[in-house]
Design a protein around this ligand. Structure first.
Ligand code: CDP
Length: 227
């Protein structure tokens, strides 16, 4: 039986950086579900699909296939066979992703892919609904959050380092809107699972949060959960 770790939380809480490091240390496979939603959003943007029209959305989704694999241990995401990993991190795609991710048809498309991976391997999976909807039986669930201000500052630095032009106020607004949409949608909204451990990273370094997650995982594995 595989051991599954679910990490959920809002944008910019540090999930992907921390999840990548913790997975490496634990020799788990890191699954970035956000990248899968982003790839679908890119597909819908490219086909200029009016996502509020159910029929058009379903038609477009039928022509979209998302797959992942790993290159040197790093997850790559493919849209109909094209590696789009480098194209999905823009603010435009982020905003479109959270609108698309509210659609049940979009979520249904990724559920089996995510569950299959978790059944076969020891995974550390991050997203919004992993502990609540995708892997309700995960042996360890973390809800990772931080204040909106801290999260906006982190994202701002990240974008500046990547050479993208941006303003802190705009990012704070964008993050606030995305959180609201993710938390208030009807299908699989972002919320802390009852049995998740809450980690607030506002005053913690990446190293501290990573160490905490590794410690929790090791404790649970020693207690005999999972493989
Ligand atoms: O890295 P960041 O937290 O900004 O975003 P992400 O994890 O790549 O997710 C992008 C968007 O995809 C989120 O704002 C959600 O709307 C959506 N998402 C989701 O609905 N469910 C997931 N399991 C993962 C992402």
């Amino acid at each position: 039986m595989s051991f599954n770790i679910a990490i959920d939380g809002p944008a910019g809480a540090g999930k992907s950086t921390i999840a990548k490091r913790a997975a490496k240390e634990l020799s788990f496979i890191y699954v970035d579900t956000g990248a899968m939603y982003r790839a679908i959003a890119l597909g819908l943007m490219r086909s200029d699909t009016e996502i509020e029209d159910e029929r058009l959305l379903e038609q477009a989704l039928a022509g979209i296939e998302v797959t992942i694999d790993y290159r040197d241990g790093v997850q790559q995401v493919y849209l109909n066979g094209e590696n789009v990993s480098g194209l999905i991190r823009t603010e435009e795609v982020s905003a479109m992703t959270s609108a698309c991710a509210a659609k049940p048809q979009v979520r249904a498309k990724l559920t089996d892919l995510q569950r299959d991976l978790a059944r076969r391997e020891n995974v550390l999976m991050d997203g919004r609904d992993i502990g609540t909807a995708i892997l309700p039986d995960a042996q360890l669930k973390i809800y990772l959050t931080a204040s909106v201000r801290t999260r906006a500052e982190r994202r701002y630095k990240e974008l500046l380092e990547r050479g993208e032009n941006c303003s802190l106020a705009e990012i704070e607004k964008e993050i606030g809107e995305r959180d609201y949409r993710d938390m208030h949608r009807e299908t699989a909204p972002l919320k802390q699972a009852e049995d998740a451990v809450l980690v607030d990273s506002s005053d913690m370094t990446i190293e501290e949060v990573t160490a905490r997650i590794i410690q929790l995982a090791r404790e649970r594995m020693e207690r005999g959960y999972g493989a």
